[in-house]
Design a protein around this ligand. Structure first.
Ligand SMILES: [Zn+2]
Length: 137
């Protein structure tokens, strides 16, 4: 990866696996301007997953769409952006463990979000279900 400031070559000076999030964190140093910055390598579901809705062609997974739907449900919280970011990642990790072929039913995404929100904030879970037209059971 080139330097984010000057575009010259960089070298990795530290690297750590992040077991829980299944990512690799790297500290990089620029050989030209000596800037130091961090990168995170992680699976990009947008490149590999397709979302299937009944009677519709499958479309590529859009992480931002998932994030926004979760964020909308968490707006009553003071840290809604931060919480939505982490719950989005939790949902993606969970979906990754259950899909084998990269094709995911949209209902499976909805259910996974509800399970995650239920554990975190019951009000958010209720908001989410109402928005998606799903009755509380
Ligand atoms: Zn540089």
């Amino acid at each position: 990866m080139v330097c984010v400031y000057c575009g010259e070559k960089t070298r990795v000076i530290n690297s750590r696996p992040q077991i829980r999030s299944n990512q690799i964190w790297r500290r990089r140093s620029c050989k030209s301007c000596q800037a130091i910055f961090s990168t995170i390598e992680s699976h990009d579901p947008a490149q590999t997953w397709l979302v299937k809705r009944p009677d519709e062609p499958a479309i590529g997974f859009i992480k931002e769409k998932l994030f926004l739907s979760i964020y909308e449900s968490l707006k009553h919280r003071s840290n809604a952006l931060y919480d939505a970011k982490h719950i989005t990642q939790t949902v993606i990790n969970s979906l990754g463990r259950t899909t084998k072929d990269g094709i995911i039913e949209s209902s499976s995404i909805t259910n996974t979000v509800i399970v995650s929100l239920n554990r975190f904030d019951k009000v958010a879970s209720t908001h989410y279900r109402a928005f998606h037209g799903i009755r509380s059971s």
